[in-house]
Design a protein around this ligand. Structure first.
Ligand SMILES: [Zn+2]
Length: 247
């Protein structure tokens, strides 16, 4: 677990190949995502590392209901029954009314190269005992308005990676939490970190993803905090423009 200060109010935490973020507003905290199921202890430790307690957390904002983003929630809620919020469509995913995830066949296909084998081994270890985890407490959040939560984040509908994927904007800080709608690195992506889409087999609908990228590109933000990979400090409009040029 590694904690990086991004702005005066935002910390990025890296767990098992995945990020979550801590938004601080005085003593109060909003979390964005919660890591893998085996990141639960690291999630609590990351709060302690910046001098906060589970009781300070007012809500977890979920970008999407994949196991690597919701896994730490039961550990946190065992300490403090914090609300979990995400876009209405993604709420059904968090309840496991339906499931969108990489197929076992696609996962096996990654075992043809070394980085893939390492990723599959780490993922299975992080997931297997908890493969049926759901978050029954998840509830819908309103889009496009300041939420009455620490940092006053704004939920932005960004479907594609999952059908109900939701990004979050802290407009006062110029920070956008893009989840897996736009990442900067992943064990299965070659080359140095740069803003990019996840490999296609992770994504439900890449046409929708491209549409959501354009929505992200309109946001007043110059700090990108992704679900995977390091922070990128550049106006989001320019990041998205460069991606379009790259195809
Ligand atoms: Zn992810």
């Amino acid at each position: 677990m590694k904690v990086t200060q991004v702005t005066s109010k935002v910390h990025l935490v890296t767990g098992t190949n995945v990020n979550w973020a801590i938004i601080s507003d005085g003593d109060a905290v909003t979390l964005v995502d919660a890591g893998y199921p085996n990141d639960g202890a690291a999630l609590l430790a990351s709060l302690e590392a910046i001098g906060r307690r589970p009781q300070d957390v007012q809500a977890v904002l979920l970008t999407h209901a994949h196991l690597d983003h919701l896994g730490g929630i039961p550990t946190l809620r065992a300490e403090h029954p914090v609300p979990v919020l995400t876009g209405a469509t993604e709420v059904a995913h968090a309840h496991r009314d339906y499931l969108e995830q990489i197929s076992p066949v696609q996962m096996l296909r990654q075992c043809g190269h070394k980085a893939g084998i390492v990723w599959v081994a780490q993922t299975l270890k992080a997931v297997l005992p908890h493969a049926n985890m759901s978050v029954p407490s998840a509830a819908p959040v309103a889009f496009d308005e300041r939420l009455d939560l620490p940092g006053a984040p704004i939920a932005v509908s960004t479907p594609g990676h999952t059908t109900g994927h939701t990004a979050y904007l802290l407009d006062e800080e110029g920070v956008v939490f893009t989840g897996d709608a736009l990442v900067t690195a992943h064990p299965l992506l070659p080359g140095p970190p740069r803003p990019q889409l996840l490999p296609h087999f992770f994504n439900e609908d890449e046409t929708e993803m491209r549409r959501s990228l354009r929505v992200l590109g309109e946001l007043p933000a110059d700090v990108l905090v992704p679900g995977h990979g390091p922070v990128e400090r550049r106006p989001i409009g320019r990041i998205v423009g460069d991606l379009d040029t790259d195809g």
